[in-house]
Design a protein around this ligand. Structure first.
Ligand code: SF4
Length: 352
């Protein structure tokens, strides 16, 4: 038996009986993955079962009102994820007739669906040959291949994929990381021990490198409240370092404390700097803190002149829209938007 076969046999014997593993549809997996982003399995299960009873398929969820969806999300928190899932289901329903697309490219076009979720859904629902990489799988892969460089983990996970059972393999890898290959691993119980380089080299404590897990990059994000006729400007630009797929208030990254070799990954798009630097603006007093993966972020907000030049966005190819300020949290579905709300007029820090 090779490593993939041993892993599959171990998974068949040891897998937890979870409802989204029974006849998994893309929709069921999608809902479970969104819920699991914020909650542990045991806490999420009752809410998941109730959600599926009320919204058994994508079409039912698409037709539901936002209030109904949020009502069923009560207890899970992070309502922006529910709104995003609801909106994304509506897009899939109208664009793909209610069937989750089958290619990675199309799946990644759906708002809120990142590489991990797309790969999980495509492999588990359709048997597509994509390996997933979540926090647990990263630890396992780093140890099996004694590889410290995070950038190489996805291709190593792809090379380790069981091509006959990609969906089961992905779940088995996540389960292995959750039950056996823990931060303090139980190697005696491990089905891939024979193929694990870290085990053979007695170097388990070196992988994944702890420095990688602990390093926090500090930086400031300066958001700009740009108004036109009482509406706020949102921008989407996939060339930015953060929020590549989301509409956000325009922002600049400032005063980043980063290792020199990382600096090039945190540059502001030049047009954005040019636009925001030339716009008369005033810093709103106060800050908020936020974390994104290994980034420790201080948030600042600036209000800009209401007399926005007509050609403000002229010449720049980016997506933009103007929204009512009370829709900010909905249109910019990130918990950072909630923190920005207090900088808005009438919410405390802002003075007209
Ligand atoms: S042998 Fe140990 S370190 Fe290697 S994958 Fe298995 S549990 Fe993890």
């Amino acid at each position: 038996m090779n490593a993939q076969e041993s892993l599959k046999a171990w998974f068949d014997l040891n897998k937890r009986d979870l409802p989204f593993r029974n006849k998994p549809s893309a929709y069921k997996i999608w809902v479970s993955e969104v819920m699991l982003q914020q909650t542990r399995v045991a806490a999420m299960l009752p809410l998941y079962n109730q959600f599926l009873l009320s919204f058994p398929d994508m079409e039912t969820l698409s037709r539901a009102s936002e209030e109904e969806v949020l009502e069923h999300w009560r207890g899970l928190g992070y309502y922006s994820r529910a709104r995003n899932l609801h909106k994304a289901c509506q897009i899939v329903t109208s664009r793909y007739n209610g069937r989750f697309p089958e290619t990675l490219e199309e799946a990644l076009e759906i708002p809120g669906v990142g590489p991990y979720t797309a790969r999980a859904i495509l492999s588990m629902a359709y048997g597509k040959k994509y390996a997933v990489l979540d926090g647990n799988v990263k630890r396992v892969i780093s140890r099996i291949f004694t590889e410290s460089d995070e950038k190489k983990w996805q291709s190593l996970a792809d090379s380790f994929l069981n091509l006959d059972y990609p969906g089961d393999h992905n779940q088995a890898m996540m389960e292995l990381g959750a039950l056996v290959c823990l931060p303090k691993p139980i190697c005696v119980k491990c089905p891939v021990q024979n193929s694990c380089k870290a085990y053979k080299e007695n170097a388990i404590d070196k992988y994944p490198p702890s420095k990688l897990e602990k390093t926090k990059f500090e930086l400031e994000l300066h958001f700009y409240l740009v108004y036109k006729q009482g509406k706020l400007l949102l921008i989407q630009d996939s060339s930015r370092r953060f929020f590549k797929k989301l509409y956000t208030l325009p922002f600049l990254i400032e005063k980043a404390k980063l290792p020199a070799k990382e600096a090039k990954n945190y540059l502001n798009p030049s047009y954005m700097k040019e636009m925001l630097d030339t716009l008369p603006s005033e810093l709103i007093p106060g800050t908020a803190s936020h974390s994104i993966t290994h980034h420790k972020i201080k948030i600042f907000c600036h209000k800009t002149s209401k007399d926005l030049p007509e050609d403000f966005l002229g010449g720049h190819s980016l997506y933009s829209k103007w929204i009512d300020k009370d829709r900010l949290e909905m249109e910019f579905p990130s918990s950072i938007a909630k923190k920005i709300l207090k900088f808005l007029p009438g919410n405390g820090l802002f003075q007209e």
